[in-house]
Design a protein around this ligand. Sequence first.
Ligand code: ADP
Length: 570
Amino acid sequence: EFDQKISPLVDCNQLVAKSLSRAGIDRMFGVVGIPVTSLANRALAIGIRFIAFHNEQSAGYAASAYGYLTGRPGVLLTVSGPGCVHGLAGMSNAAANCWPMVMISGSCDQNDVGRGDFQELDQVEAVKPFSKLSIRVKDVREVPNAVFRVLDRAGSGRPGGCYLDIPADVLHQSVSESEAEELLDAAEKCVSGEVVEEVKSADIAKAVELLRKAERPLIVFGKGAAISKAEGVLKKLVEATGIPFLPTPMGKGLLPDTHELAATAARSLAIGKCDVALVVGARLNWLLHFGEPPKWDKDVKFILVDICKEEIELRKPALGLVGDAKRVLEILSKEIKDDPFCLGKSHPWIEGITKKAKDNVAKMEVQLAKDVVPFNFMTPMRIIRDAILGVGSPAPILVSEGANTMDVGRGVLIQTEPRTRLDAGTWGTMGVGLGYCIAAAVASPDRLVVAVEGDSGFGFSAMEVETLVRYQLPVVVIVFNNGGVYGGDRRNPEEITGPFKDDPAPTSFVPGAAYHLLIEAFGGKGYLVGTPDELKSALAESFSARKPAVINVTIDPYAGAESGRMQHKN
Ligand code: ADP
């Protein structure tokens, strides 16, 4: 009591904001409402930018992508019950992609638990499958320590989501300013990060030997290498050894797609024939065909570099190097430097890959060069590719989702700078587009953000175009509108019977939907395009304006394949 007389009070909302700020957080994403509105205001008041969304799902996707792009946890704020449940989309996406993120949710009053309180839910239990660490604070004094701990855990070791639960009654408590300072000081000292053991030098020597003796070596890298900012050392390693490389979809850009040792356009040959593959920050999951035949040779020796020991134990590679990708590659590069080797352009493996890549690119260019109207996927994708390349450096961040749109885009669009591609990711999550766009614009204000997405992917979170306009973010959303999931109705009417035979196909949307008008409802710019010239002009205008825009591209409803390129999984 005496303390409170000489020191003003800090309420819990302020204390959360102060703790976040002290821990280095300066951006937050979320949806306000009871009981967290004041928390968002307090955060904003001390200099944390709060980006307010329409739906926690999009805000959660934004927080997860923000974590990936910046390497620091993205923070999502939600209300209790349903807000938390919507936010689980973001948490689970962070877990699936190994991206650092923290969800903070208000929850019902601790005294009313079990009585059917407003938006009551055992949220700590609900987030369990997706959370590395969950803390429910029972008293305001626990807040600083809890904030530091969840942030620390989310961002260290294998990144992922963590959860902080703040009951409404705790949000209404206060402490004195002097006590708040003491709590903050103590919290700062309590965190140290997950301990990652140093890679053994004997293993580094083994890795170098394997690479040196390999006849057809390959370097594969993914999101883990991107988050560790390993691009500099990767470039050194690739160029010193002359080993070709293959990025995973989001690894694209760590080294430019245009690099002469890029094996992207010769992917099947590279993975089918390599004898030693150094895989850096990428899991041997479905995206890499589990590292198994028939896509990979049965005798290929994998050297896995991953910060997560369990990941390496799961895959049982010839050799595992546990540690941060950048750090491990630096040690590896140093070891190679002492006794260098380089394959050289005339090495049969390099010649083979280069030739195959050139042939494949030439074949695709023939398809791309055609101006097909009504648009297929290739013609507009070529025009978009050229417009993005025309922006130069800093390169735009590309956001890509949809089945056919993402599949075609992955092959056609060119990445030249690290961490400039965000797509459906490990989980193949559709609906991430608008959240990712907002995260990208907030994380990199100097870059243009360009989303290339299917109409179905766009539809998941289309209302967030209002968020784009409200914050005036430099985001151009290009919607490939083919009137449905995979395309328009392609059923054979004779095969459909029963009382609902006249219903629209589950895959179809209203044909010719005017998505460009959605953004105009909020004062943004919309374009409807159906020819190469119209598209070129819309891109030129919107890219130079750097204002929120939606370009609605009319695509032939029969141009896409069902399930995109993954028909075998459907
Ligand atoms: P991709 O989809 O690009 O193939 P994945 O998400 O499958 O990539 O794999 C990323 C891997 O990177 C995960 O296994 C994760 O543990 C690992 N990882 C995350 N951060 C780092 C880091 N700093 N250094 C090394 N590996 C990392």
